[in-house]
Ligand binder design. Structure first.
Ligand code: NAP
Length: 292
């Protein structure tokens, strides 16, 4: 299978590595071309433009930061080269943005399947992402051999929009659970209580979520370097969730404070760090843990 992948960032480069390992012929393109080099070293071809990458591809995979970027690269820059191409859109964008992309791809003669994922670089490298798909049944059938190399159990959730809606629902939980745990952890520490007994109680209660332990060491040490999923994307996804919730007529007022808190991450220099750097923001006026 000949595949082109646009966007070799944290997730895109891991997916590309996996696809090369599966034996595919892969062409990659990235705005900053130097980010393609590790993939070229693994056998990928590098294209100088999104349209050149797409030219020979059976599947065109996009793993770009957000909706406007994906629209610009896919519709404005690939453009007419979309004719006859099948697009697999993996980056997390809003359901309405995804529908607009699908319409624009169809108008240019291509077909479109949204395929957001839960999991990060390690899961992508192992082909063990949780992959949700939204789009026509026939395209899902055609995509399955490819999707099964990225995910042990790809799930087809319905038409375009269904998978992005589900992805936002899951990422709202990432944001909310991280925030809730962070505040409780700070309170325990500020109260002079040892962390381990608190964690023991939490672990044996119905309140426990595995993500708490996954992030505990980073939060205790204040080391948020080498992220798999950066804070800026968590903010984007929470904002997308709130927009979708508003459109659905839900009351998401409870999340407004968290969204406002995440707005401060740029000024605090946390955007490029692991998303649990949110813990630094919840420290408020007290001394937040910082790396040595
Ligand atoms: N990382 C994860 O664990 C994870 C998991 C699930 C979903 N996602 C989603 O997957 C998408 C990519 O995430 P990531 O973590 O790989 O992000 P990332 O490392 O920040 O990579 C973003 C990609 O978008 C490109 N890009 C940004 N602005 C651009 C522009 N104006 N024009 C052209 N290209 C542009 C970047 O190119 P440059 O290199 O040139 O900046 C890079 O290829 C996001 O929607 C994210 O929410 C990520």
């Amino acid at each position: 299978m000949t595949i082109a992948l646009l966007g070799t960032g944290l997730l895109g480069s891991a997916i590309a590595t996996r696809l090369l390992g599966c034996g595919h012929t892969l062409t990659v393109w990235n705005r900053k071309p130097e980010r393609c080099q590790p993939l070229v070293d693994l056998g990928a071809q590098q294209a100088n433009s999104p349209a050149l990458a797409a030219a020979q591809a059976d599947w065109l995979i996009t793993v770009l930061s957000d909706g406007p970027t994906t629209q610009s690269v896919l519709i404005d820059q690939v453009g007419d080269a979309l004719r006859g191409r099948r697009v697999l859109q993996i980056g997390t964008i809003g359901p309405a943005e995804s529908q607009q992309l699908a319409d624009a791809v169809h108008a240019l003669g291509g077909s479109y399947l949204e395929a957001p994922v839960l999991g990060s670089r390690p899961e992508a490298l192992e082909g063990n992402l949780q992959l949700m798909a939204g789009g026509p049944d026939e395209l899902m059938e055609e995509a399955l051999p490819l999707l099964r190399q990225l995910s042990q159990k790809p799930v087809h959730l319905g038409p375009v929009g269904a998978a992005m809606t589900t992805k936002l629902a899951l990422n709202q939980l990432i944001a909310s659970l991280t925030h809730a745990f962070s505040l409780s952890l700070h309170l325990v520490q500020q109260g002079g209580v040892a962390v381990e007994p608190f964690m023991d109680l939490l672990r044996s209660s119905a309140l426990y979520a595995p993500t708490f332990d996954k992030k505990l060491q980073r939060e205790l040490s204040g080391d948020y370097s080498n992220p798999n999923f950066p804070t800026a994307h968590l903010r984007k996804d929470l904002d997308l969730f709130m927009a979708a919730a508003q459109q659905a007529g839900l009351n998401s007022e409870g999340l407004s404070g968290l969204a406002a808190l995440l707005q401060r991450s740029s000024a605090a220099g946390l955007d490029e760090l692991d998303y649990c750097a949110l813990h630094q923001l919840t420290a408020g006026q007290t001394a937040a843990a910082t790396p040595d």
